[in-house]
Design a protein around this ligand. Structure first.
Ligand SMILES: Cc1cc2nc3c(=O)[nH]c(=O)nc-3n(C[C@H](O)[C@H](O)[C@H](O)COP(=O)(O)OP(=O)(O)OC[C@H]3O[C@@H](n4cnc5c(N)ncnc54)[C@H](O)[C@@H]3O)c2cc1C
Length: 388
């Protein structure tokens, strides 16, 4: 396989996969989406189930899950290609994120025991269970979980007792279970956080929905003496953050592909608009100021996409991609937001209206600069790596 950042073309099998996703989005997702309200979080559970069945029939399933766990074992580069295409729709942030093409258990389960995988992971891979939540962030912060996590798991014989509060937990409204990171050691000690599978509806757990500037529903979770059996701990005691870090680093790369797909679609729409929209006696496309906005957007998008491909390529080679993933996530999400902002500007009031997807993309992309590591945290990581 040739390095796509050098050859400018994707390998044939990934081009074919991209075409499959493109057809699925055009023939299945777009017609459904046209029936939904602008601000609908996503399709209803019945519609989503039907979408997932159809995606599964053509092999768009469990793509990020290793073959040894029953998945497709798609490369990180392949995951980026799929996520980028899947984002090219009005619900662009929903599809790659929630996975209309589902079947991927939280990756920490690949590091658990075979029993844990059979009980919690296998039903997801086989399409019998929905998506769980992951609860790391707390009122005390999300960027620095080693210090911020105060939610405690205290061992009592064959079980732990969980007490504390988690914040901004996506999917907690629908999930049957979730992954929880809680403190089992001293405050401030990085090796003091452990990872658990917890029942989303058990006694002692209360949820409060929090509205945010995005198409997601987030929840506050309050744990008041929730009992979790010891066999639900993933990895050793104190190993939780290491498991989470491995997952977060790699997931930042395909996470970037959604924003890049959205920005591409916004730019394509804006180019067509500028050719026909006339002001002061000429189409916008004839104005140099507009041409430069389009040119800057295309250049920045091309660069961001190549940085993503490079990070994915290095991840697939098994290299340490902590810095690559930070560069990719920071550049991709910031670039996509800037481009959609320019597109809103060029569409005028129409760009801000809910008659068009730009307004929704703008809000959803704003979130991407915070989620999975804020831009400043990415910069800090890159700077520290360079200066070490
Ligand atoms: C839509 C959405 C979905 C989410 N889903 C989940 C979820 O499912 N599970 C979950 O656990 N969390 C989730 N989060 C929370 C998210 O992970 C946190 O918002 C993120 O980690 C930042 O944490 P914080 O908001 O507490 O900000 P803080 O950690 O308090 O940081 C505040 C800001 O300070 C800046 N900053 C931080 N550190 C530095 C530094 N070293 N140098 C300079 N500036 C810095 C950054 O701009 C940062 O955004 C979600 C958030 C959103 C918006």
């Amino acid at each position: 396989m040739t390095n796509p950042t050098g050859a400018w073309e994707l390998p044939d099998e990934l081009s074919m996969l991209r075409d499959t996703v493109r057809r699925f989005m055009r023939d299945v997702v777009t017609p459904l989406e046209d029936t939904l309200e602008h601000n609908a979080t996503g399709p209803s559970s019945g519609q989503l189930h039907d979408l997932q069945r159809r995606a599964r029939e053509i092999g768009l399933w469990a793509l990020a899950t290793p073959e040894s766990f029953g998945g497709a074992g798609l490369s990180v580069l392949g995951q980026c290609v799929v996520a980028e295409e899947a984002a090219k729709c009005r619900m662009g942030a929903f599809f790659p994120a929630l996975g209309a093409f589902g079947g991927n258990p939280p990756s920490v389960l690949f590091k658990g025991t075979p029993e844990q995988f059979e009980r919690y992971g296998r039903p997801i891979v086989e399409g019998r269970a929905g998506r769980p939540f992951t609860a790391i962030s707390e009122p005390s912060g999300g960027s620095d979980p080693a210090r911020a996590i105060q939610c405690r798991a205290t061992r009592h014989g064959d079980h732990y007792v969980i007490s504390g509060t988690k914040l901004w937990t996506t999917h907690a409204g629908t999930a049957e279970w979730g992954i929880l990171y809680a403190r089992t050691g001293e405050l401030g000690d990085r090796g003091a956080i452990s990872c658990f599978v917890i029942d989303a509806n058990g006694p002692g757990l209360t949820k409060r929905r929090i509205g945010v500037m995005s198409s997601y529903s987030l929840f506050e979770l309050h744990f008041d003496g929730v009992e979790v059996p010891v066999e639900n701990r993933i990895g050793d005691e104190g190993q939780g953050l290491r498991l989470a870090t491995d997952y977060l680093v790699h997931s930042r790369i395909p996470y970037t592909a959604g924003p890049i797909g959205i920005a591409q679609m916004a730019l394509d729409m804006t180019i067509e608009w500028c050719k026909t929209r006339e002001t002061f006696g000429a189409p916008l496309a004839k104005r140099q100021g507009v041409q430069w906005m389009i040119a800057d957007s295309a250049i920045e998008l091309r660069a961001a996409r190549l940085l993503m491909y490079q990070a994915a390529w290095n991840a697939d080679l098994g290299k340490d991609v902590r810095t690559d993933a930070s560069v990719c996530k920071l550049t991709g999400t910031e670039t996509a937001f800037r481009i959609v902002d320019r597109c809103v500007q060029l569409f005028g009031a129409l760009g801000m209206s809910q008659e068009m997807p730009l307004e929704r993309w703008f809000r959803d992309l704003r979130v991407k600069r915070l989620g999975e590591g804020a831009s400043e945290v990415m910069r800090t990581q890159i700077g520290q790596a360079l200066l070490a």
